[in-house]
Design a protein around this ligand. Structure first.
Ligand SMILES: [Mn+2]
Length: 320
């Protein structure tokens, strides 16, 4: 049995928590602000269930603490940990198939995973990655869904064939690291859709990485141009935003209609004051590891998605 949804019913009040990225001290402060108390080795709340929306690992100063807090809460039946792209990459580096890691340590990815490898001792990281194999890629309740980056019905249907409740059966896990249908479906959920820049152009993003593609929104009603679709902190190169969408681009993108259940995700490096993206769509990543905010949304079953249900802490004190 996985760690999917113990202690959770369709009546439970939920605290959804955005990308922590190693900001373990901020996570403790946010949980206390939300009314959780630290008892018997875990943060607990008598009436609420926390949902970590993925990417607790990598980048920040206290990866080990962040992971310890989240794991203890899941084991106490007080939380669900949804896998993000950073968890999946670290699991690929650590677990392997018994002979070699699924991912090559020497590739660019270890750069981002270095904070995790430096923070968590080897045996503990191995145990954590094995344990994470029982965590789900999504959480679906009567009136909401939570996933790291994107809900895509086709990708979810493909993944359900090996993971009815979103937890990938162990014998299929290696497929997440070999190109194929399952790998593409999981990537869609944890990385979200992106589009290639026209005419083979590339751009350099804020973290210095050269990219040939850009992240796009998937919940818009009627986007007309590439500029309507872009959903990332970095602006498009000159002239790209004005280009109209053609039918091929439209057909390749997932959609999320306003009559579907509330959808919560992280992943997208938002800044500023937390607010819904649509009446049923909410991103909870407010760039804690860039010394911005670690954000939670308090969801009560049956409640409309509204702007006064956010709580957050300033992540900057993590570095003082
Ligand atoms: Mn992410």
């Amino acid at each position: 049995m996985g760690h999917a949804a113990r202690g959770l019913s369709n009546r439970t009040v939920i605290d959804l928590i955005g990308d922590v990225h190693g900001c373990g001290q901020s996570l403790g402060r946010l949980l206390r602000k939300l009314g959780y108390e630290y008892r018997d080795g875990a943060y607990r709340h008598s009436e609420r269930h926390a949902v970590f929306i993925g990417d607790l690992m990598d980048r920040g100063p206290r990866v080990r603490l962040a992971c310890q807090i989240a794991r203890a809460m899941v084991e106490a039946g007080n939380a669900t940990w949804i896998l993000g792209n950073h968890e999946i990459d670290v699991m690929g580096l650590v677990l392997g198939d018994g002979i070699e890691p699924y991912l090559d340590h020497t590739k660019r990815r270890l750069g981002k995973a270095a904070a995790t490898f430096n923070s968590i001792p080897g045996p503990e990281l191995l145990s954590l990655c094995q344990w994470l194999q029982d965590c789900p890629l999504w959480l679906e309740q009567a009136d909401f869904r939570a996933v790291h980056a994107c809900w895509d019905d086709h990708a979810v249907a493909r993944i359900r064939t090996v993971a009815p409740d979103g937890i990938i059966a162990r014998q299929h896990f290696g497929q997440l690291y070999r190109s194929g249908e399952l790998q593409r479906a999981v990537s869609r959920l944890v990385r979200g859709p992106s589009l290639p820049l026209p005419n083979g152009q590339s751009m350099v993003s804020r973290d210095g990485t050269a990219r040939k593609s850009f992240r796009v929104a998937f919940w818009l009603d009627e986007p007309d141009t590439l500029g309507d679709l872009v959903f990332q902190p970095d602006p498009l190169p000159p002239g790209v935003a004005e280009q109209p969408l053609n039918g091929t681009i439209r057909a390749g993108l997932p959609s999320y209609a306003s009559n579907q259940p509330h959808l919560f995700f992280g992943h997208y490096w938002r800044r500023g004051r937390p607010a819904p993206l649509a009446e049923n769509v909410m991103c909870l990543d407010y760039s804690a590891v860039l010394r911005e905010k670690l954000v939670a949304y308090r969801h009560r079953p049956g409640q409309a998605l509204i702007a006064d249900q956010f709580e957050w802490v300033d992540a900057a004190p993590e570095w003082t």
